[in-house]
Design a protein around this ligand. Structure first.
Ligand code: SF4
Ligand code: SF4
Length: 436
């Protein structure tokens, strides 16, 4: 019998609620009347605007230039006109300039047929990925060309692809693995040409058995040198640290990166974006977003132009059946609550959720009972209860001394706490104030 691994330290098992949307095939959201395309859709410095109000743009045209080493280009998702440039606040509270683009009434979409790419060198492929503005689509939005540029003297032992999608409700990567299997695998093989790993592994949680089977079939029929590793279902297995422990049994030391242990990690949506960038020369101008939650009238997986407003996605799903307790951009564990449905979908938006709180979560906060559950749940081996107390008492330096910066903000501590203390919010605050 196949051994099903996972990471060892901490983690939790929230109800994954994936059944709400994992049977919904990807549909295209119609082109909205207006797109809001921010200059900051990635980790690092915002892009510099290349267009002005009144300019016309074509689909795929570069409209924002990466402004530093950690930054990414921004492209127009449609043929259209820049109606305005204005400040917007994104779901993650980032305030940034954004283009307001009105798509052409007729034929607003670009056309990107496949081009030959096998003869491109690794450096040429990397340059195309940079030019096409590809960033990690799992939520971290780290510029992909930086991640894949393996420094001289380092080698890649394993390319590990994250097919885990461990956040509850989200099924966008699951649908991509099922519906675009070969294109996702071709994206992975492009990354393999760039990074030259000794082995390639796709880690997929065992609640996606159909994806595991489909991947294995397409891998076998194309003789790709890729292994699919089923993983036990456990949150936060999609984090790089937990994924590498589960798949290749490597520990990333505190303050180090996957490359320091010979690994490159990328996710399924990013692999698909890399295929489109290199084979179609298509910039990252659209992505798959799960629209779900108890209060959403219908659950969907939508292919969405970047800059579409959240209100457009919710309207396409038929609106909400009742007022939810909260709206979340991303997953419920690490996503961002939002109150304004005019915010845009950006490169890292994996889900739009309308959620009802679990009955247990509606209970009031009570004092810590020193049960230790948060400590047992922390996948980083931290002491959330002690850290929370230090941060509450503004003892940030002391919290830093207890490795607060290792906190991944995964929310396992808050999820486990019977006193309903806002532990992860405390960690976020402590990290922000402790850095000053
Ligand atoms: S949010 Fe931070 S402290 Fe809490 S469990 Fe996750 S890593 Fe540990
Ligand atoms: S889980 Fe909550 S109640 Fe238990 S030790 Fe941690 S903070 Fe205290």
């Amino acid at each position: 019998m196949e051994r099903i691994p996972t990471f060892r330290k901490g983690g939790v098992h929230p109800n994954d609620k994936k059944v709400l949307s994992n049977g919904m095939a990807i549909e295209r959201l119609p082109v909205p009347a207006e797109l809001i395309v921010p200059l900051s859709q990635h980790l690092g410095a915002p892009a510099t605007p290349l267009k002005q109000k009144g300019d016309t743009v074509v689909a795929g045209e570069k409209i924002g230039q990466a402004s530093s080493f950690i930054s990414a280009d921004i492209h127009s998702p449609v043929h259209g006109t820049i109606a305005d440039i204005k400040k917007v606040t994104l779901a993650n509270s980032v305030v940034t300039e954004a283009f307001v683009i009105v798509p052409n009434a007729e034929n607003p979409l670009g056309n990107w047929p496949e081009q030959p790419y096998d003869s491109l060198s690794a450096q040429e492929m990397l340059a195309i990925i940079k030019d096409m503005g590809v960033v990690g689509t799992g939520g971290a939005t780290f510029p992909t060309h930086v991640k894949l540029a393996v420094p001289k003297g380092k080698s890649v032992e394993a390319l590990v692809v994250n097919g885990v999608e461990c956040e509850p409700y989200l099924t966008a990567d699951h649908r991509l693995m099922l519906e675009q299997t070969d294109l996702v695998l071709r994206g992975i093989m492009i990354v393999a040409k760039i990074t030259q790993p000794k082995r390639i592994i796709i880690g997929v949680e065992n609640n996606k058995k159909d994806a595991i089977e489909t991947l294995r079939q397409v891998i076998a029929s194309n003789s790709y040198p890729i292994t699919v590793t089923p993983l036990k279902v456990k949150y936060p297995q999609g984090d790089e640290k937990q994924l590498l422990k589960a798949t290749i049994n490597r520990e990333i030391p505190s303050g180090k990166l996957p490359l320091d242990v010979g690994a490159v990690v990328l996710n399924i949506g990013t692999s698909f974006a890399i295929y489109e960038a290199v084979a179609l020369r298509k910039p990252l101008v659209e992505r798959v977003v799960t629209v779900s939650g108890e209060a959403m009238s219908t659950k969907r997986n939508l292919r969405v132009l970047l800059g579409s407003k959240v209100a457009d996605l919710i309207a396409f799903a038929g609106g909400v059946s009742h007022e939810p307790d909260k709206y979340i951009s991303g997953g419920p564990m690490m996503g961002f609550a939002f109150h304004d449905d005019q915010i845009p979908v950006i490169k890292g938006t994996s889900g739009i959720l309308a959620l009802d709180n679990e009955p247990a979560m509606k209970a009031p906060q009570t004092p810590c009972i020193s049960c230790g559950r948060c400590v047992a749940a922390c996948p980083m081996g931290l002491q959330p209860t002690k850290l929370f107390r230090l941060i509450d008492n503004r003892m940030y330096a002391e919290a830093m001394g207890m490795n607060l910066m290792d906190c991944k903000e995964c929310g396992c501590c808050s999820y486990s706490c019977p006193a309903h203390l806002p532990l992860v919010h405390g960690m976020k605050l402590g990290k922000r104030l402790g850095r000053k």
